[in-house]
Design a binder for this molecule. Structure first.
Ligand SMILES: *Cc1c(COP(=O)(O)O)cnc(C)c1O
Length: 477
C-alpha cells in the first residue's frame, strides 16, 4: 500500500503538524541564521550545507558564531535592561557544560559574559582560551582537591560550595596556598521548574546543594549551617553570596522569582543574626529553547521583564539593599546556535501493524553525537537540506547507525517522500548538550565542530576525529 502522507498518520504524535510543504523552514527552530539558497539548499549564515559537508565531512556540528554571540549578548542585555531600573546589577556566566571549546569560551567572554565550569577539564579549557581567572566560576557536587587547588591558583572569581565537608576542604586548601577563596553556597530552594510550571516543596532528595528547609528538631537548615561555617572560616573564605539552580527548559519567570524569594529570606536571616550582608545571589540557568514546533518558550526579554515585575515585591520583603544578581544560561545561548548535518544512508519502510507503516531514515551518526533523545526522550526535528522536494511529506523516524534499537535522532518528522541515500538532513538546535555529551560508541569518530563566522567563512574549531585518534589511547597496539 502507499505510504501515508496526509494528516492523521496514526503513528504521528498529536503535536506534530503535517507541513503544507516539507521544504519550509519553521522559524520557531530555524532561527535567523538559516535560509534556502536559489538551488533550494539550506544555508547557515549564507553558507550552503552542501559546501560545509564537502569541505568538513559528515556528520558535522555547525555553529553560527553570530547566533551564539548575539544570544549571549542578548541575554546579558535583556537582564541588564530589565533589572537596572530596580538598582540590581547583573552578571551572566555562560554554563560551559552546554558547549565548550576555546573559541566558544572567547565568544562568551567577548560578549561580556563570564564562564561557569563544573570540572577540572572545563576549567582547563576556559583557562587555555585565555579567560581571566576572576571571570570563571567553579561548580560541582564532588570537586577534587586538585580541581579546587587549580581553581584557587587560577584566582577564580567564585567557587560554589556544595556541602559542609567541601567548605572545610576549600578552606584548608586556601590556607595552604595562603589565599582567601571567594565562595558562594549552593542552596536547594525547594523550587523545581521546567517549561511553564514550577513546583515548590520543603524537602529535597537530590545530590546538589544544601537545603533551605530546617532539619529535624528545628535545627538550622543545612544552608544556614553552611553559611555559618563559611563565616567561621573567614580567614580562608570570602563568602560572596548564595546560589541556586532550579531546573532546565524553563519557559517562564515565576519559578525564578519564587526561588529568589526563598534565597533572599536566607540572606535576610544571615543579616539579622550576624550583621553580614551577602552581596551576591545567583539564580542559575535553565532558560528554555524551542526544539520543535511544539515548544513555545517566552523570549528572554519577556522572562527578564516578568522577573523584573515580580522582583520588587520580593526585594521589598527584605530590608537589605538589593544583591547583585547573576544567571548561568547554557542551553539558551548555545542550543539554537548549532545544528547537525547528516548524510542519509538506508531508507526503510516497515509495517507496524495492518495497514500502518513507518519509514526509517538512517543517517551517518546517531546517539554518539546526540545522546539526548536516548537520555531524556528529547524531541528534535529535521529537514531535507541539500535540495527542495515537492514529493508529499511522509512521517519518518530519523535513526542513527548504532547497534541499539533506541538509537533515534528524530522520533517523528515529516520528510519528503523521495528522501534517499546521499541526501543531507539538518537537525537544528543541537548546539547545546550534544557535542559535550558525545561518545565513541561503536567506535564512531566524533564529528568536528565547524564554525560559520562573519562573512560566511567556515572553519573547524574542533577537528573531526580520525581512526588514528580512535586508536591513540590503546596501549597494546
Ligand atoms: C546545567 C547548569 C546550568 C545551565 O543550565 P541550562 O539549562 O543549560 O541553562 C547552570 N547552572 C548550573 C549550576 C547547572 O548545573
Amino acid at each position: 500500500m502507499p505510504e501515508q502522507s496526509v494528516s492523521g498518520h496514526p503513528l504521528a504524535p498529536a503535536w506534530l503538524p503535517v507541513p503544507p510543504d516539507a521544504a519550509t523552514l519553521d522559524p520557531v527552530v530555524f532561527t535567523s541564521q538559516y535560509a534556502r539558497d536559489a538551488s533550494g539548499c539550506v544555508t547557515v549564515d549564507g553558507v550552503p550545507v552542501t559546501e560545509l559537508a564537502r569541505r568538513h565531512g559528515s556528520p558535522a556540528y555547525v555553529v553560527s558564531e553570530r547566533t551564539f554571540r548575539s544570544r549571549a549578548r542578548g541575554f546579558r542585555e535583556a537582564f541588564e535592561r530589565a533589572l537596572s531600573p530596580l538598582g540590581v546589577d547583573v552578571a551572566v556566566y555562560y554554563a560551559s557544560k552546554a558547549l565548550l571549546t576555546s573559541a566558544v569560551a572567547r565568544w562568551a567572554l567577548a560578549e561580556g559574559l563570564s564562564i561557569d565550569t563544573a570540572s577540572g577539564g572545563e576549567l582547563a579549557v576556559a583557562l587555555a582560551a585565555g579567560v581571566p581567572g576572576e571571570r570563571i566560576a567553579l561548580h560541582g557536587n564532588n570537586k577534587s582537591a586538585a580541581e579546587i587547588t587549580t581553581a584557587l591558583r587560577a584566582g577564580v572569581g567564585r567557587i560554589v560550595v556544595d556541602s559542609l565537608a567541601e567548605i572545610e576542604l576549600v578552606a584548608a586548601l586556601a590556607r595552604e596556598l595562603g589565599t582567601r577563596a571567594p565562595v558562594m553556597v549552593r542552596v536547594t530552594p525547594g523550587v523545581h521548574a521546567s517549561t511553564h510550571e514550577f513546583i515548590a516543596t520543603a524537602h529535597e532528595d537530590q545530590k546538589f546543594g544544601l537545603s533551605l528547609a530546617a532539619g529535624a528538631e528545628g535545627e538550622d537548615s543545612p544552608a544556614l549551617q553552611a553559611v555559618v561555617s563559611c563565616l567561621d572560616a573567614a580567614d580562608a573564605l570570602d563568602l560572596r553570596g548564595l546560589h541556586c539552580h532550579i531546573g532546565s527548559q524553563i519557559f517562564a519567570a515565576e519559578g525564578f522569582a519564587q526561588a529568589a524569594q526563598r534565597v533572599l529570606a536566607l540572606r535576610e536571616a544571615v543579616a539579622s543574626r550576624w550583621d553580614v550582608v551577602l552581596p551576591e545571589v545567583d539564580l542559575g540557568g535553565g532558560h528554555g529553547v524551542a526544539y520543535t514546533a511544539a515548544d513555545s518558550p517566552r523570549g528572554v526579554e519577556e522572562i527578564a521583564a516578568d522577573l523584573a515585575a515580580l522582583l520588587p515585591a520580593v526585594l521589598e520583603s527584605s530590608s537589605l539593599p538589593a544583591p547583585h544578581l547573576s544567571f548561568e544560561p547554557g542551553r539558551y545561548i548555545a542550543g539554537p546556535a548549532g545544528c547537525t548535518v547528516y548524510t542519509v544512508g538506508t531508507v526503510k519502510t516497515v509495517t507496524v501493524e495492518q495497514g500502518v507503516q513507518r519509514r526509517y531514515v538512517s543517517v551517518d551518526g546517531g546517539m554518539s553525537d546526540n545522546a539526548r533523545p536516548v537520555l531524556y526522550g528529547a524531541d528534535y526535528t529535521a529537514v531535507l537540506a541539500n535540495r527542495v522536494s515537492h514529493e508529499a511529506p511522509v512521517l519518518s523516524r530519523v535513526v542513527g547507525k548504532h547497534c541499539e534499537s533506541g538509537d533515534v535522532v528524530v522520533k517523528d518528522v515529516y520528510l519528503p517522500g523521495d528522501v534517499q541515500r546521499g541526501d543531507l538532513l539538518v537537525v537544528p538546535v543541537t548546539g547545546a548538550y550534544c557535542w559535550s555529551l558525545s561518545s565513541n560508541y561503536n567506535w564512531l569518530p566524533r564529528p568536528g565542530i565547524v564554525a560559520v563566522g562573519e562573512g560566511g567563512a567556515s572553519r573547524e574549531i574542533v577537528r573531526r576525529e580520525s581512526v588514528a585518534d580512535l586508536l591513540a589511547r590503546d596501549c597494546e597496539i
